[in-house]
Design a protein around this ligand. Sequence first.
Ligand code: AMP
Length: 150
Amino acid sequence: MKLFPYKSSNDYTVIVGCGRLGANLANTLSDSGGNIIIIDKDPEAFRKLSPSYGGLVLTGDATEMGVLSNAEIEKATAVISVTNKDNTNIMVAQLAKEMFHIDRVIARLYDPECECVYEEFGIDTVCPTELSTKEIDELLGVPETEVEPV
Ligand code: AMP
């Protein structure tokens, strides 16, 4: 995984999905001084943002090019897609990478089998299934092994 310095004078992060994870990310990145826009198709979702959130919100389906254009995604230094649907996150990540040439693209994927495919396209993935498995194994004291995805 290539590491980028998070903040720079022209940083602009587009977050897709204002669920528990998206809202939390938006709150922490905004609190650390980042320029953020968060997109969700459900306007009620923005109620999860903290009162101190200083970024923008945009209501719309992020799989639509018009919505991504309205978010000025082409100016983004990072795009993070964390909706509850792998297909949506994959589509947004691919649009960000291929159509808008965004360097830093991160997608949440529930299905660990999809992960390696996206690394080839330069899309970083975060898989809650794998992270939870690792954490539970650690709590149980299970020794680390190289396990092939099922
Ligand atoms: P959670 O399950 O708590 O991580 O929430 C996922 C969020 O993603 C919800 O607020 C959904 O409304 C949002 N979401 C799902 N699909 C889309 C989409 N195509 N465009 C924008 N937001 C979406």
